[in-house]
Ligand binder design. Structure first.
Ligand code: AMP
Ligand code: DBH
Length: 508
């Protein structure tokens, strides 16, 4: 799961890993930027000092409730300052947040809690408690804050989290039956967002808008709220990403940089044409999570008056950015180049030979070497020498920029929301009338892709509406419910007799 010592030493010597922890980083930021705004929501304004003190008070309360270093705690919260308070409180204890998304429901939450043997579940309201019946829950609004003890055990002594320790578990979008958990360390993650903040030219008077779910890796670290904090900049937490909510916030807080997925960027572009709100403070619009088409990308500068930055990243590590000073053609036509000079990129054809276009593999100072407790899956997801097989098909330009051309993994990218085909198939197979199911991506002009379920039934097929209701009843996140159902007698097969998802995709 960890980097070989030789490579770790190299990353330290290069100055990427600086031997810091999240708890210590926030302490230093509070000392440097104390009274400046750190987290802003429509109803709250927390300074760096507020965040530091409130993280301590919550760490003390959570410790009193029995949470210890190394415990896992499933965190599912909306975009509120308490989300980051919870993160830093757990980081200081050395307990690991497991970052669920707001859309996750009982199927996902109960799985995260049982698989990680979670010590607690921190959730938005009382209704959510039912998602994790056996796990003690803490509800937003009633988080246990108390006065920190003298000689806080998290800040000294043998129980202090170390820079090489796992800080949290992030979720992979998944391409196999169940989502995989991604162990990120203090050292590697702090490097990724600090270097990102530099690439995005963040400074203390920058204002970052977090409109995507704060738990997602993109708004968390590319450069995200953590990157903004590390630069002494403020973050505005939007309750939802719509122009109706965000444009007034951009105007009121003079937002300089915002991050969106492609479908939202289109909605923003259309709304900007007629808005009465002043968006002139925007300097950079980041778009990532799914491919942003060239024609849409070309609209950003003329219509929003700011620089587009394409971001191609993954929670497993590697993040690529177009640079703010790249020429316009590179900005609109590529998904950027890696953060680090030590991000190793390999592009291999189907036969495993180095090529300009093909399968993207990567290894580097902030890319994991293995998923958590997934030994068997790790044998195929990583090469013997530690490269992560991203499952993405890319083309590499002579300047080292990457263009995403497709995907080899069994995943649907629904406007940036990742769906594992196999996971949804397994839920469909639980329906008594379903003999077999295959869930694939179909093109969509707005979302890029939608999910289509091909289903072979026993006897009379149920309606699409019935299968949809069935999946809802299984408690899976709504975004995973297929947009379309097609009933067929057989699936096309590959030469070796496996279901050919490629041929299914081509049927639509
Ligand atoms: P995850 O593993 O859930 O963090 O999702 C990461 C995946 O999202 C990548 O491997 C890509 O398939 C996809 N992705 C992220 N950003 C982009 C982008 N800018 N263009 C195309 N695909 C992207
Ligand atoms: O899609 C992603 O997972 C993603 C996109 C942009 C990501 O993890 C990131 C930037 O860090």
């Amino acid at each position: 799961m960890h980097w070989p010592e030789e490579e770790a030493a190299r990353y330290r010597a290069a100055g990427y890993w600086r031997g810091e922890t999240f708890g210590g980083l926030l302490r230093d930021l509070a000392a440097a930027y104390g009274p400046r705004p750190a987290l802003i929501s429509p109803t709250a304004r927390w300074t760096f000092r507020d965040l530091d003190e409130r993280a301590d008070r919550l760490a003390a309360g959570l410790r009193a409730s029995g949470i210890r270093r190394g415990d896992r705690v499933v965190v599912q919260l909306p975009n509120v300052p308490e989300f980051h308070q919870v993160c830093f409180a757990l980081f200081r204890i050395g307990a690991w947040p497991v970052f669920a998304l707001p859309g996750h429901r009982s199927a996902e939450i109960s799985y995260f809690c049982s698989f990680t043997e979670a010590a607690a579940y921190i959730c938005p309201d009382d209704e959510h408690r039912a998602y994790a019946p056996g796990t003690p829950a803490h509800v937003l609004g009633e988080l246990p804050e108390t006065d920190p003890d003298e000689g806080d055990p998290s800040e000294s002594g043998p129980h202090r989290p170390a820079p090489g320790d796992v800080a949290f578990l992030q979720l992979s979008g998944g391409s196999t039956g169940l989502p995989k958990l991604i162990p990120r360390t203090h050292d590697d993650y702090i490097y990724s967002f600090r270097a990102s903040a530099e690439i995005c030219a963040l400074r203390p008077d920058s204002v970052y808008l977090c409109a995507l779910p704060a738990a997602h890796n993109f708004p968390m670290s590319s450069p995200g709220v953590f990157g903004a904090l590390s630069a002494g900049a403020a973050s505005v937490l939007a309750p939802d990403p719509s122009p109706g909510t965000c444009f007034p916030l951009v105007e009121r807080e003079r937002v300089t940089i915002a991050a969106l997925v492609p479908p939202l960027a289109l909605v923003w572009l259309d709304a900007a044409a007629t808005t009465g709100h002043d968006l002139s403070s925007l300097e950079v619009l980041q778009v990532g999570g799914a491919k942003f088409g060239r024609e849409a990308a070309k609209r950003v500068r003329p219509e929003l008056g700011c620089t587009l930055q394409q971001v191609f990243g993954m929670a497993e590590g590697l993040v690529n950015y177009t640079r703010l000073d790249d020429d316009e053609e590179t900005i609109v036509a590529t998904q950027g180049r890696p953060i680090s000079p030590d991000d190793e990129i390999r592009v291999l054809d189907d036969d495993g030979r180095d090529s300009d276009q093909g399968h993207l593999l990567t290894r580097g100072p902030y890319t994991i070497r293995g998923y958590w407790r997934a030994e068997e899956h790790n044998r195929t997801a990583f090469t013997d020498d530690g490269f992560y097989r991203t499952g993405d098909i890319v083309r590499r330009t002579p300047t080292g920029h990457l263009v995403v051309e497709g995907r080899a993994k069994d995943q649907i990218n629904r406007g940036g929301e990742k769906i594992s085909g196999e996971e949804v198939e397994n839920h469909l197979l639980a329906h008594p009338a379903v003999h077999d199911a295959s869930v694939v991506a179909v093109p969509d002009p707005y979302l890029g892709e939608r999910a289509c379920a091909y289903v072979i039934c026993r006897g009379d097929p149920p309606s699409g509406a019935e299968l949809r209701a069935f999946l809802r009843g299984r408690g899976i996140a709504v975004f995973k419910i297929p947009d379309r159902f097609e009933f067929v007698d057989a699936f096309p097969q590959t030469a070796v007799g496996k279901v050919s998802k490629r041929h299914l995709r081509e049927r639509t």
